[in-house]
Design a protein around this ligand. Structure first.
Ligand code: AMP
Length: 482
């Protein structure tokens, strides 16, 4: 089926053609007609499936069919909420691209950058706003934004928003919108926990359900390989693989921000242009690293899970798990950075003896074992015994008592992001090291509230030790209604 058969108007068909898309992806095929009809949807789709165009194209068409007043005082009509700044920027770019032949105006707001240019932009009159929750609320409190005329609401990557602890902000934002019966609501999520279903129940009106990728399955076109290697030799092996394979663009995942910094520095010393991207970096540094990576100046981008969420780099050929994630679902998210929109991709994982349990959990989730390849010269030393993975907060949390020299205040507060229980890992704790919100002034507040002290350089091979407890948080009550 072609885009024109989906009922899109000529201006949008032209924009789609400008992008070089020849046919709709499965999520677009399903979502576009339903959204054009004005119905709510609950869509299960990961990044890489073309979901952004799946909601943006019909959203633009619906707003376009009821043309805006061309006045700066015209109301904001559509709101797209995303968990991260990077995703907001990318979705904003898509909205601008797909809407380039229409008269609708869009803008993007997120934290970590000056608020005044955003205020000026809003004053000029905007129809579609892409925003992260924290900065959106900053604008609301400064009265630079009125959400009372919103006709269409999109929650993009809703699962990640909940993981990042945005539920209270979402709740506040929903209270500022017209009642949910008066607007169209679109919820996109890669996974469907009970929390997401509860959120959806309070938000959506008789939604149509769409699921394009069966939950937690990885795209067949991604070639996945496990390379056993000792922890202390991973960096050397990675440099060699990048060099020998002449990889020009590789996204590497570490578990911690400190690990990402250290690895990027070491790769630089190996002569590979590298940068780290994570939640402690300023927005300017993140944007610079990402654009350098996209334009080829930076060959290796080292990222933590949350920072990488939402990165959309066309035809990213290589993803490396330098360290396996503690949560098996994150493995699926990570490798979804490659093999996007029908391209081939390669995902490799460097696995040391400490991580065999994590690997087993991932294979259980994928319901298959992953091929293992032994790189000659990097055979693991059989005398090395597995050691517990020092992940930080959750390691300390298991003890529930503060360690010597550490106060109770080091433990996460209720306001901190949720750390959800990994399903079936047996690890007992969600262990992402970067579950803080990544948005605006509230970030600083949340950082004060947790225990992350600046990380000092440690001798190579030594694991960082974090403070904090990471105990499963009691979840705030989810939305009863909007
Ligand atoms: P998304 O899942 O929205 O992050 O999109 C992933 C990538 O797919 C983006 O780089 C889009 O530009 C691309 N894309 C979206 N729709 C199509 C399409 N119909 N054909 C080819 N590429 C597409």
């Amino acid at each position: 089926m072609s885009f024109s058969e989906l009922g899109l108007c000529a201006e949008l068909l032209r924009a789609v053609e400008d992008q070089g898309y020849t046919s709709p992806t499965p999520i677009q095929l399903q979502a576009i007609p339903i959204i054009l009809e004005g119905k709510d949807i609950l869509a299960g789709a990961q990044t890489g499936t073309g979901k952004t165009a799946g909601f943006t194209l019909p959203l633009l068409q619906r707003l376009h069919s009821n043309p805006p007043e061309m006045s700066p005082r015209r109301p904001l009509r559509a709101l797209i909420l995303t968990p991260t700044r990077e995703l907001a920027a990318q979705v904003g770019e898509s909205v601008a691209n797909y809407g380039r032949h229409l008269l609708l105006k869009s803008t993007v707001i997120f934290g970590g950058v000056k608020i005044n240019p955003q205020i000026q932009q809003l004053h000029k009159g905007v129809d579609i706003l892409v925003a992260t929750p924290g900065r959106l609320l900053d604008h609301v409190s400064q009265k630079t934004l009125d959400l009372s005329k919103i006709e269409i609401l999109v929650l993009d990557e809703a699962d990640r928003m909940l993981d990042m602890g945005f539920i209270n902000d979402i709740r506040k934002i929903l209270r500022l919108l017209p009642s949910n019966a008066m607007r169209q609501n679109l919820l996109f999520s890669a996974t469907f926990s009970d929390e997401i279903r509860q959120l959806a129940e309070g938000l959506l009106n008789h939604p149509e359900h769409i699921q394009v990728t069966p939950r937690n399955t990885t795209a067949e076109r991604i070639q996945q390989t496990i390379y056993p290697v000792d922890k202390g030799r991973k960096r050397e092996m990675l440099s060699e693989m990048i060099g020998k394979g002449n990889w020009r663009q590789v996204l590497v995942f570490t578990r911690t921000k400190h690990g990402a910094n250290r690895l990027a520095q070491q790769l630089e010393l190996d002569g590979l242009s590298a940068a780290a991207i994570h939640g402690n970096k300023s927005q300017a540094a993140r944007t610079k690293a990402l654009s350098g990576f996209k334009n080829g100046d930076i060959r290796v981008l080292v990222a933590t899970d949350i920072a990488a969420r939402g990165l959309d780099i066309d035809q990213l050929p290589h993803v490396v798990n330098y360290e396996l994630p503690n949560v098996p679902e994150d493995y699926v998210h990570r490798i979804g950075r490659t093999g996007r929109a029908g391209n081939e991709g390669e995902a490799i994982s460097l696995v040391c003896v400490d991580e065999l349990k994590l690997l087993k959990d991932i294979e259980r989730l994928l319901k298959r074992s992953l091929p293992k390849v032994q790189l000659a010269g990097y055979e693991p030393d059989p005398s090395i015994k597995p050691e517990p993975i020092q992940q930080g907060r959750q390691d300390r949390s298991r003890q529930s008592q503060p360690r010597q020299g550490q106060s109770r205040q080091d433990q996460p507060r209720q306001s901190q992001p949720r750390q959800s229980q990994p399903r079936g890992t047996g690890q007992g704790q969600r262990a992402t090291s970067e579950t803080k919100r990544s948005d605006g002034p509230r970030q600083a507040q949340s950082e004060r509230g947790n225990s992350h002290k600046p990380q000092r350089a440690r001798p190579s091979g030594q694991q960082p030790r974090f403070a904090g407890n990471g105990q499963r948080q009691k979840r705030p009550a989810l939305l009863g209604g909007a």
